[in-house]
Design a protein around this ligand. Structure first.
Ligand SMILES: O=P(O)(O)OC[C@H]1O[C@H](O[C@H]2O[C@H](CO)[C@@H](O)[C@H](O)[C@H]2O)[C@H](O)[C@@H](O)[C@@H]1O
Length: 370
């Protein structure tokens, strides 16, 4: 990262907890069987032995800590200093484009915190017109995918560019562009040709997510956990992302996060197919590389993934493990990351996209192959 002061006054703003219907590892699944409640509105109050409850609290606390540490942040103060481990992608731009020599760049862009600034109200995380224009220009030159935890329709309603790939619900809902403009890249891929969008939905709506959401999420003590007018945890919010649910902590008093996480967990015991977890975007990236663009075996492809939070780490890791392409972390503060480079905020992401377009236009004839 670029400049940073020694002490950065910072309010840590946590990522949402994600409840997903995918069968992912589940660090927060209750270890103690809790009797099922009758019906779905009420959740039976149960006595959990004190030692077990303390153990649960310790687990949750450490999970909440890791969520804080890996989440997008609000910075109040001067920008952070250079971070050697993840040098600025703008500062290293020449090196980056030299890595792409003879390769086809494929762009993967996270949405929240990458293309739009983090804001308190998830429904108002708008993308600027200038950013939309930058993404549109990039997509004219390189295959470009938006990879998001949000429901695909929602992220599309913010981005509104039909020529992109969209992976919503952390990769559980993937759609190709209506019009494929990259035939020269995909000559071996009849799946893309013919103007037919391709959908990939590994999760199933039969898993009951809609049913869960049609009721208030109520804790075992009868307190509504999240969503709307919530007396128990003011500021909390549940977001329906179609194949997963986000429970937002950002506007909840930090002292209540552990309690809120414990309530979310206790509520979920009646829904065995749902998991409370951090999910990642790595699977979406792999799917797009392997199953859709079928570029994974290709040595002449350079995937570039830009993202800001823990779910993006998964994708950075995939790229590192493949030894293919690289991740760019969007963060104002130093973080442990599998990314190779960094950018501080969405405005720098836009600068990077502009430079990529300018470089491509100067160096090539608008053909995707470098
Ligand atoms: O993968 P992403 O596109 O980054 O989606 C991850 C989550 O993004 C949204 O939440 C985050 O942004 C909100 C708006 O700035 C912010 O209020 C919230 O605190 C952030 O966690 C989205 O609302 C979630 O559903 C996504 O899981």
């Amino acid at each position: 990262m670029t400049k940073q002061s020694a002490v950065v006054p910072e309010v840590v703003a946590p990522e949402a907890v994600v409840v997903t219907s995918q069968g992912l590892p589940c660090p927060l699944r209750p270890r103690i069987p809790i009797p099922a409640s009758e019906g779905c509105r009420g959740f039976a109050h149960q006595e959990v032995p004190t030692e077990a409850r303390n153990q649960q609290r310790r687990e949750i606390s450490s999970w909440v800590d890791s969520m804080k540490a890996s989440s997008p942040t609000h910075i109040q103060g001067p920008p952070p200093p250079a971070q050697d481990e993840h040098p600025s992608a703008l500062g290293m731009f020449e090196e980056i484009v030299s890595l792409s020599k003879g390769k086809k760049i494929v762009m993967f862009l996270d949405y929240d915190g990458t293309l739009s600034p983090i804001v308190d109200d998830p429904d108002r995380a708008y993308m600027s017109k200038a950013m939309r224009a930058a993404v549109r220009d990039v997509a004219k030159l390189f295959p470009t995918a938006i990879v998001s935890g949000r429901c695909r329709d929602k992220v599309y309603s913010f981005v509104r560019l039909a020529e992109l790939y969209y992976a919503g619900s952390h990769g559980m809902d993937i759609k190709c562009p209506n019009l494929i403009k990259y035939e020269p890249l995909f000559e071996t891929l009849p799946i893309f040709l013919g103007n037919k969008p391709v959908l990939f939905q590994p999760a199933s709506e039969k898993m009951g997510l809609r049913w869960v959401l049609s009721f208030p999420i109520v804790s075992s003590s009868g307190v509504k956990v999240a969503g709307g007018e919530d007396e128990g945890h003011p500021g909390s919010r549940v977001e329906n992302n179609r194949f997963c649910v986000s429970v937002h902590f950002r506007c909840v008093d930090e002292k209540r996060w552990v309690e809120l996480a414990m309530q979310v967990r206790s509520v979920l015991h009646d829904f065995p197919k749902l998991r409370l977890t951090h999910v990642g975007q790595g699977k979406a990236l792999e799917f797009l590389l392997e199953s859709l663009v079928r570029l994974s075996d290709s040595n002449d492809v350079l995937p570039v993934y830009i993202g800001d939070d823990r779910t993006d780490e998964d994708a950075f890791k995939v790229l590192r493990e493949r030894g293919q392409g690289f991740g760019i972390l969007v963060s104002k503060v130093p973080k442990e990351s599998h990314a190779t480079y960094s950018l501080q905020e969405p405005s720098e992401v836009m600068d990077f996209l502009h430079r990529l377009v300018e470089w491509k236009r100067l160096s090539g004839k608008g053909h995707p192959r470098v």
